[in-house]
Ligand binder design. Structure first.
Ligand code: RP5
Length: 160
């Protein structure tokens, strides 16, 4: 199975990253995580990105806050699918990161999830890998069904 590459701009992004790693662990998807910043360590971020395909990664998740250029910079260096996760923090509490991540110029796509959307980023990465992996697709279908069952259990218990 292809690995998921995780890049975060700072260790302050870890709480959001951990939402993603929890899902990847649950689904037994191999991943590798790094702290590389588009601004503070651009050489290392670029080096990891341009070698990602030959290093057997299938999807890259990029977590960053504030002027969040990480996902866009990574997407510029690879044709692997890149998922951007805007992180909260700073004066605009994530709106800055959302816009910096999602408003990519035509030709260099970044699939952007919600502010703090680490879980959906991992699920989307899993869905991309599952296109060619029936066993993983079955796990994702089972997870959807289990999540739906939890909602219906809450519905049945609702008494207001
Ligand atoms: C971004 O700036 C990081 O991704 C982080 O979300 C934000 C603040 O970084 P720290 O100052 O906490 O290291 O590059």
């Amino acid at each position: 199975m292809k690995k998921v590459g995780i890049i975060m701009g700072s260790d302050s992004d870890l709480p959001v990253v951990e939402k993603a790693t929890a899902i990847l662990k649950e689904l037994n998807i191999p991943y590798e995580a790094h702290i590389y910043s588009a601004h503070r360590t651009p050489v290392e971020a670029r080096d990891f990105t341009v070698k990602a395909r030959e290093n057997d990664f299938g999807v890259l998740l990029c977590f960053a806050g504030m002027a969040a250029h990480l996902a866009g910079a990574v997407a510029a260096g690879t044709t692997l699918p890149v998922i951007g996760v805007p992180c909260k923090g700073g004066a605009m509490d994530g709106l800055d990161a959302l816009l910096s991540t999602v408003m990519m110029p035509s030709g260099i796509p970044v699939a952007t999830v919600a502010i703090g959307g680490g879980a959906n980023a991992a699920l989307l990465a899993a869905q991309i890998i599952a296109v060619e992996d029936k066993e993983l697709a079955n796990k994702l279908n089972a997870k959807r069904a289990a999540d739906a069952a939890k909602v219906l259990t809450k519905d049945a218990a609702l008494n207001i």
